[in-house]
Design a protein around this ligand. Sequence first.
Ligand code: TXA
Ligand code: MG
Length: 342
Amino acid sequence: MKTKIFHIVENDNLDQLNEAVTLLENDEVVAFPTETVYGLGASIDSEEAIDKIFKAKGRPNDNPLIVHISSLEMLDSLTDNFNYKAKKLAEAFWPGPITLIVEKKDKVSNKVSAGLSTIGIRMPNNKIALELIKRLKTPIAAPSANLSGKPSITDPKYLIEDLDKKVAGLILSDNSEIGIESTVINMSTPTPIILRPGYITKEDIEKVIGPVELSKGITTGENPEKPASPGMKYKHYSPNAQVILVGGSKEETRSKILNYIENNNKNIKVLLSRNSKEDYPEYLNVESLGNSVEEFSKNIYSALRQADKENIDILLIESLEIKDRTLAVIDRLLHASNYTVI
Ligand code: TXA
Ligand code: MG
């Protein structure tokens, strides 16, 4: 299949989007930027296009898609159950990186919800994404744009790697500002439950609507038979390299890393969550992803993909201290490493 590549940044003339809209109207799928990670979108009115998303990604079909909207009016076509707490969260955080799960209207295709009675909805905080949905005049169902199981895409060059010749359109824009996926929270239970941690944290949410729960298994590594969020049970965010998380203080981490490298003859790269590259011998392959959880989150997916380009066998990743703000990225690292922690 021939893939139409669009290069659009936020202050460009957005009329270029009309061609992408036509593709979506014609049952095709188009990848587009969001503030979290790139998404692979289809009109929610096209079951044919939704099938194409699952096929292009190699996504298991029991894993539901998030529905992206550009205005609150679009909610009317999706749900009759946007309750008081959901409204409060939408008011506080949309457009932004939080997905609210609510009971869906019957007319929303079961292909979007993967047979569930609920759907996840979010309004992304990205001008191109919002304009695309607005011009289509229909919500866009979109998972992250990576091939299933691979790290999500935050640098548009990887869209071409994963999806060229597999989908009708790719909108290449800037690198994603946030770099990890939205917080997913189930609003259909009496006490809302966070199913996937994200940039909007438990504490952020509780300031707006009071107590919420964290789904069991988010940090513990339990892998429940029937996870609340179907996507959480699959292998995720994984490069070809084996990922090992290294925990502890700066000093402890350093000595564990040096010790590991000394006793291993594989091609190893180290990714640091602190600005402490100078503490390591120069001949080692060490990269710092920043000195804050925000910088680390923004850079991590591209660093995982870059390691595969360098044919790295083992990635040793310096973990972060578990806190409200670091939970999301730690969750992704635990998945990427298949819970291998030293
Ligand atoms: O930031 C994001 O959320 C990105 C951008 C593109 O918006 N999207 C994204 O989609 O990460 P995806 O498909 O990679 O992850 C969606 C997660 C999956 O774990 C899925 O199982 C869960 O949300 N999910 C979606 N709908 C659900 C529902 N009705 N009930 C429970 N979990 C749901
Ligand atoms: Mg994903």
